[in-house]
Design a protein around this ligand. Structure first.
Ligand code: AHR
Length: 522
């Protein structure tokens, strides 16, 4: 290790010398050192998870069209969306909310569809929900996707019994009223459920509880969430949003919560100009681009803050941080239902996704699950639909490019780069992470946050050598480049050859406002 550090210092000195000791952060010294021969923790594939709520057109229209639909479907789930989601290797899907989860009574959503109770979705647009998409349909979706189920239980308006019975219905093989009911409804064998959350945002839409009160309630609910057969629930306790570390501390320090939860959720949305002025998803200037980038990179501080508290009470890192809602939140598209949170998606969102995924990778030791909000037609979606048409967003393409990191091992990196300065404010202009997969291939993912300046990044890859380097880039000439139903391939990844690899040093010419993934193989 000492040898490696000496090498890095020598290299840094050389670069500084040859660039005439340029001033910090404005210099041409943009350098990412990658240590390839000392892999760190596994990057849980589950940080590449998604979130699908009964909200607007996410589930209905976006995923579920029903078996009688003219839109090609499998058991009512639209094929185009299904195939596209398979392509990005969705590892887990969170459902049914969000705020909706704490209003959802799962028994309304089982049995013959014509007999299911209709309810009003009070959080999202006040529309009538016919419950045609319920437990069986969701579990079928996860089966078709080949992903794990992440179910969010109802604490706010539900009972302990209701939640306990849901877990029994889903996962028990014993003879009981719940398992008999499941069999009557056509599912003989129990399903596997990996993640189960005990409420959502219980400090807000999930019941307006204090941290102390929630901590007690969570202990109570968790007591009755059984592990049936060999199913092992990863129970997710509701955590705070943003920088509210006090909530995290309350849950972590309570000795009675020990063993009652395996993961703690946090939510953080990137808001450009404040909640009352979120701005358009597509019509923005450089000031708004910058503010979005600044909000995005703050995810680093959010995670570090909660991590520090968790480290104090759980130094062995037995509990995971579950970032189960993240992404850009803009104003809804003009003319659409304000309760449906439908927003378009541009190159700005692609850079956002890259920044977040790089941060999650870098925190692989503590961040075990993350879910982008939300999968289809809501907030920073990966897919948009209009009747039988589908569009893959720039965010989708980043998930496709970054899937190589799933379950790979994190590589240590050291990044020094110039700032992207806007007025009197600045952020680091480069975002990066690297991993090595089970075949020994190294992947380096990068983003250039600066919308008008290309950056040359020098990457000494230390500890191993490689024969072949390939890459992909996602960029466009306009900051707000987007895909539409009329021009679905306006922005998509392209092969990247703006690099050189010589004597173990990779030099990457990053176009402005771009996302790049490089693959190094032996
Ligand atoms: O994702 C939209 C909403 O944002 C979710 O329902 C809620 O949990 C959060 O406030």
């Amino acid at each position: 290790m000492r040898k490696i550090l000496l090498l890095i210092s020598a290299f840094t000195f050389m670069v500084a010398f040859y660039t005439n000791g340029q001033k910090e952060n404005t210099a041409a010294v943009n350098q990412l050192v990658v240590i390839a021969n000392n892999p760190g923790p596994v990057i849980s594939k589950d940080i590449y998870g998604h979130f699908s709520e009964h909200l607007g057109r996410c589930i209905y229209e976006g995923i579920w069209v029903g078996m009688d639909s003219k839109i090609p479907n499998t058991y009512g789930i639209r094929n185009d969306v299904l195939f596209a989601l398979r392509e990005i290797k969705v590892p887990n899907l969170r459902w049914p909310g969000g705020c909706f989860a704490d209003t959802y009574h799962w028994k309304d959503g089982i049995g013959p569809q014509s007999k299911r109770a209709s309810i009003v979705n009070t959080h999202w647009g006040g529309v009538t929900e016919d419950n045609s998409f319920g437990t069986h349909e969701f579990m079928k979706l996860t089966e078709l996707l080949g992903c794990d189920a992440y179910i969010n239980g109802n604490v706010g308006s539900g009972t302990v019994r209701e939640m306990a019975e849901w877990v029994e219905y889903l996962t028990s093989d014993a003879d009981s009223p719940m398992t008999r009911l499941r069999k009557e409804n056509g599912q003989e064998k129990p399903w596997k459920v990996k993640y189960f959350a005990i409420g959502n945002e219980n400090w807000g839409c999930g019941g307006n509880m204090t941290a102390d009160y929630y901590s007690d309630v969570m202990r109570q609910f968790s007591t009755y969430l059984n592990n049936y057969g060999d199913n092992r629930l990863y129970r997710v306790a509701c955590g705070p949003s943003d920088f509210n570390v006090a909530w995290t501390e309350t849950l972590m320090k309570d000795p009675g919560t020990k063993g009652r939860f395996q993961g703690l959720s946090i939510h953080y949305y990137s808001i450009t100009d404040g909640w009352n002025n979120k701005g358009s998803a597509t019509d923005f200037d450089e000031r708004q681009w910058f503010l979005t980038m600044r909000a995005n990179v703050q995810m680093e501080q959010v995670i570090s803050g909660h991590e520090a508290i968790m480290d104090r009470y759980d130094p062995q890192k037995t509990k995971g941080l579950v970032v189960d809602e993240w992404g850009n939140w803009f104003d809804v598209e003009p003319g659409t239902n304000p309760g449906f949170l439908y927003q378009q998606n541009t190159l700005r969102d692609a850079v956002t996704a890259a920044i977040h995924l790089n941060i999650f990778n870098q925190h692989a030791e503590r961040v075990k699950v993350a879910n982008l909000a939300q999968t289809v037609n809501v907030l920073q979606s990966v897919i948009l639909t209009k009747e039988d048409k589908m569009v893959l967003t720039p965010t989708y393409h980043v998930f496709r490019m970054f899937r190589v990191h799933q379950d790979a091992r994190l590589l240590k990196t050291d990044l020094k780069c110039e700032d992207y300065v806007y007025g009197d404010r600045k952020v680091q202009s480069v975002s990066a992470s690297a991993s090595v997969d089970e075949n020994g291939k190294v992947h380096i993912s990068l983003a250039n946050l600066n919308p008008s300046k290309a950056i040359t990044l020098t990457c000494p890859v230390i500890g191993d050598s490689y024969k072949k380097v390939t890459g992909e880039v996602l960029t466009a000439s306009a900051m707000n480049a987007k895909n539409t139903f009329e021009a679905a391939d306006n922005i998509k990844p392209a092969p990247f050859n703006g690099f050189a690899y010589k004597d173990g040093i990779l030099t990457v010419n990053m176009p402005s406002k771009s996302v790049i993934v490089l693959e190094l193989s032996k």
